[in-house]
Design a binder for this molecule. Structure first.
Ligand code: ADQ
Length: 476
């Protein structure tokens, strides 16, 4: 199919929908599309409702060659084909086993392989070609995340007419950590093809600018970066700064206010045996999320009797979503081992103090859990933003509930009235959990009022406007 060039193009590793191939009764096969999960898709889905255009991304199944098409929402979806080997090396390998741990300050050791890098370059080139074909003259192209850091420069080479923005959803590490990656220059040069590079936190943006100074000897002034032109071309002034992402806050509040979800929240508490305290964790199963530290702290509080094991429940939802099956199996085994040990010591016939749900939960159920939880535990060791923290706040239209939030999650910059913790400090984490559990109602409400103001004002639409206005030069 001919692509009808668009004036706004989003480029992300995944499309907002996943394709699956299903056999038909006549022996043929059909492609079916389902919403794809994840923080980035949720955010950009909401943005695209207001800025229709094209979305370039992988369709979720290897070796599937699909034509671009327009979906029910009027967006043009442009699938990029990836082979199983490319997925292994670009996505599971370089993206998730090299970049992901490195950018999260090395909370797991990154691995580097030259074949992975070669495939990363190759796949980035394919995304850049697809974006170039989908973009109209002078279009605005918004490239997302660590899987596609070479796309801005590759795209600029082909299409200097475009306005190119890049947003990194995960942290950018300090120069001393970043410098270990063998392809550090190529990655920085790839990103510098953008006119605007957005980060979650101010510290991420300043880590990046400092890296440019230290590694490439470049000049920066405040958030501006002067990129020297190649072949005697004039230097370009680009910007690298923080644009903290958010959620569709009003959508969450509306869902939480629905009778269905409120009834379900009450039912959840009944199903849990009407405990005095419900603690909640909702995470993708990942070593950056600090689930192990959280379980350790809650386990000790229960075993020491500071939390009454007959009157307290921790519900931990942790579902796998990103590659590296072996690694995730190890984390899952560890979580299940710890949960089993705590319950083995403390459970009674009718009551388990810790419940681990391994299956991903539909959004309605997640919001019902948010409403049912007295205390939300977000204990990431490192996290770009952490949307779960914001979703909890947006869902608590009743003005109650306490958020315990890691200072290593980007959300901590804005949500300063949460009970903040260093998750590595187990005693500090235990004290924070007890502070949250015993906090009196007026303080809970005062803190939640502040948190809600922040989350309801800075929603995902406001985030996208700020980024796009800065990119297109229309900010005031
Ligand atoms: P993630 O690492 O995926 O996002 P997060 O920001 O918490 O982390 O977003 C996860 C999303 O998936 C949330 O909408 C949450 O409700 C949902 N979710 C998580 N676990 C779930 C489960 N078990 N069942 C059902 N739903 C679940 C990346 C970065 C973050 C950054 C976002 C957006 O790692 O730091 O905040 O992108 O930029």
């Amino acid at each position: 199919m001919e692509i009808n060039p668009q004036s706004f193009v989003v480029v992300a590793n995944r499309l907002p929908v996943d394709a699956t191939i299903t056999p038909e009764s006549d022996g043929s096969t059909a492609v079916r599309w389902h919403p794809a999960p994840g923080g980035l898709v949720t955010a950009m889905d909401a943005v695209m409702r207001h800025n229709p255009g094209a979305w370039v991304g992988w369709c979720g199944t290897a070796d599937l060659d699909l034509d671009p098409f327009t979906d029910d929402a009027g967006r043009m979806l442009v699938p990029v084909t990836l082979t199983a080997e490319e997925l292994q090396e670009h996505y599971e390998g370089f993206s998730n086993a090299s970049l992901w741990p490195l950018y999260h300050d090395g909370v797991a050791p990154p691995e580097y392989h030259r074949e992975w890098w070669a495939t990363y370059e190759e796949v980035n080139r394919r995304f850049a070609d697809a974006a170039a074909a989908a973009a109209a003259d002078g279009a605005t192209v918004w490239v997302h995340d660590y899987q596609l850091q070479l796309v801005p420069a590759l795209l600029r080479e082909q299409r200097p007419d475009l306005r190119i923005g890049f947003f990194l959803h995960i942290p950018f590490p300090p120069f001393e950590i970043f410098r270990q990656i063998p392809w550090r220059r190529q990655i920085l040069t790839g990103l510098l093809g953008a006119d605007l590079i957005g980060f979650q936190r101010k510290t991420d943006a300043s880590n990046f600018r400092r890296t440019l100074r230290m590694q490439l000897g470049m000049r920066t002034h405040r958030t501006n970066v002067l990129v020297p032109g190649s072949d005697g071309r004039q230097e370009r002034r680009i910007r690298a700064e923080a644009f903290p992402i958010s959620i569709d806050s009003h959508d969450f509040e509306e869902l939480a206010r629905s009778t269905r979800v409120q009834e379900r929240a009450a039912e959840i508490r009944r199903e849990l045996g009407n405990p005095d305290t419900v603690l909640l964790g909702v995470d993708r199963l990942d070593y950056t999320k600090g689930i192990r530290h959280r379980l350790r702290a809650v386990g000790e509080l229960l075993e020491e009797g500071q939390l009454d094991s007959t009157r307290t429940v921790l519900v931990q939802v942790a579902s796998p979503s990103r590659g590296r099956v072996d690694l995730y199996r190890a984390i899952r085994d560890e979580i299940e081992g710890t949960v089993g040990r705590i319950n083995g010591n403390l459970a009674t016939l009718g009551h388990n103090p810790v419940i681990h749900l391994h299956q991903p939960q539909p959004r309605e159920e997640v919001v019902a859990l948010y409403l049912a939880a007295d205390v939300m535990l977000v204990t990431a060791l490192r996290d770009g933003m952490n949307l779960v923290a914001k979703e909890y706040v947006a869902s608590r239209f009743d003005g109650d509930g306490v958020l315990v939030l890691s200072e290593f999650a980007g959300a901590a910059d804005e949500l300063t009235q949460a009970v903040t913790v260093n998750p590595y400090d187990i005693d500090g984490l235990k004290a924070a959990i007890m502070q949250a559990v015993t906090m009196d109602r007026s303080e809970r409400r005062r803190r939640m009022r502040f948190l809600r103001r922040r989350v309801m004002e800075n929603d995902v639409q406001a985030w996208a406007h700020r980024f796009l206005d800065a990119l297109t030069g229309s900010e005031t």
